[in-house]
Write a protein that binds this ligand. Structure first.
Ligand code: FBP
Length: 354
């Protein structure tokens, strides 16, 4: 290797090592304006929350009271894990005394949380799922955090956050943190999807993959088949199709972030359909499905409720749920075609009966 090669390789790895999240955000925004600096600072605080949660998870088995249930039930009617509360409080703490985020809304809080010292100057609202895949926490399997940044509009005096009931295309930025063998942060500001790996020796998230593109088709389908008999016939028909056709393989981790990340990197489709009893499904729009839909569309994939683009859905409430079909555009279209066929058949049956 010539000296020139060696120095350019060193220059490259040094430059790569210096491409931290906050620097990348400013590069993305191609601006050093106050707004750009603020957004970079918001992302930096999210990175700090990720480091604190990653540290807690990595030692949870050794820390008294880090695992298990709190004994309470949250606004979703779910039993709350201690890690859910720890992570929820971490996101609030990192934004105190920041002047950045005036309001935080999360899966664990019925109403948004206001940081008085940040209002009204704080331009942004953070919506987040502090621990996604809670059922995996106590058994040391991968979990995640999901976040969405929206503009703070109006004063929301009654605290019902009605100004947040907007479609997902109004998100300024979105992303997730995957707490796996390494801790990764994946985000988009509407200009492509980029991933960072936490380098514990530096304590920094360093860029490892820029402008991620999802394949148009992939072999993976990811769904909880345990719900098979609760689904509409059309979804059951889609699952029968992938069972009978070569080239499909099932993967389901029980944590949306982990399953989503696999699809983003390898292609395929993740589904959490509605059931006959709960047609709206389980996953929450504003801080679970809309942020991931924003990323998937940025990566060249698609996100659907089965009948419409998920980013066009306007929620009726802060904790509204939606069915989710997300991933490679050909695979999402295939699922939608089964749903359309099912709708056409039930319409035909209804007409013959009438
Ligand atoms: P939490 O955010 O409360 O963990 O709920 C969401 C979730 O755990 C997703 O991560 C996952 O895809 C799904 O629910 C698993 O649900 P099920 O156990 O019904 O398959």
């Amino acid at each position: 290797m010539t000296d020139v090669d060696r120095s350019s390789a060193q220059e490259y790895s040094l430059d790569r090592d210096c491409t931290t999240l906050s620097r990348h955000v400013l590069q993305e925004l191609q601006s050093f304006s106050a707004e750009a600096q603020d957004l970079s600072a918001v992302m930096n605080r999210i990175a700090l929350a990720a480091k604190l949660i990653s540290r807690r998870l990595s030692r949870a088995g050794l820390v008294e009271g880090a695992l298990g249930f709190t004994g309470t039930v949250n606004v979703q009617g779910e039993s709350v894990k201690r890690m859910d509360i720890y992570a929820n409080d971490v996101f609030i703490s990192v934004f105190k005394q920041s002047g950045l985020v005036c309001r935080l809304a999360s899966e664990e809080m019925e109403k948004p949380y206001y940081i008085p010292e940040n209002c009204p100057i704080g331009r942004y609202t953070l919506l987040y799922d502090p621990i996604d895949g809670s059922s995996n926490v106590d058994i040391n399997l991968n979990v995640g955090s999901i976040f969405s940044i929206r503009r703070q509009e109006g004063d929301d005096l009654d605290g019902n956050a009605r100004d947040l009931l907007q479609h997902g295309r109004n998100q300024i930025a979105a992303g997730y943190i995957l707490y796996g063998p390494s801790t990764m942060l994946v985000y988009s500001m509407g200009k492509g999807v980029h991933s960072f790996t936490l380098d514990p020796s530096l304590g920094e998230f360093i860029l490892n993959n820029e402008n991620i593109r999802v394949p148009d088709h992939g072999p993976i389908y990811s769904v909880n088949e345990g719900n098979f008999w609760q689904w509409e016939e059309s979804i059951r028909d889609y699952i029968r199709y992938v069972h009978r056709h070569e080239g499909y393989t099932a993967r389901y981790s029980g944590a949306l972030v982990g399953d989503f990340h696999r699809i983003l990197m390898q292609g395929g489709v993740f589904l959490y359909p509605g059931t006959v009893k709960k047609p709206e499904g389980k996953l929450r729009l504003l801080y679970e499905t809309a942020p991931l839909a924003f990323l998937m569309e940025q990566a060249g994939g698609r996100a659907s409720t089965g009948t419409q683009d998920l980013l066009d859905v306007v929620p009726e409430a802060l904790h509204a749920r939606t069915p989710l079909v997300i991933g490679s555009k050909e695979d999402v279209a295939l699922v939608e075609s089964f749903i359309q066929e099912g709708a056409r058949e039930s319409q035909e049956t209804a007409m013959t009966r009438s």
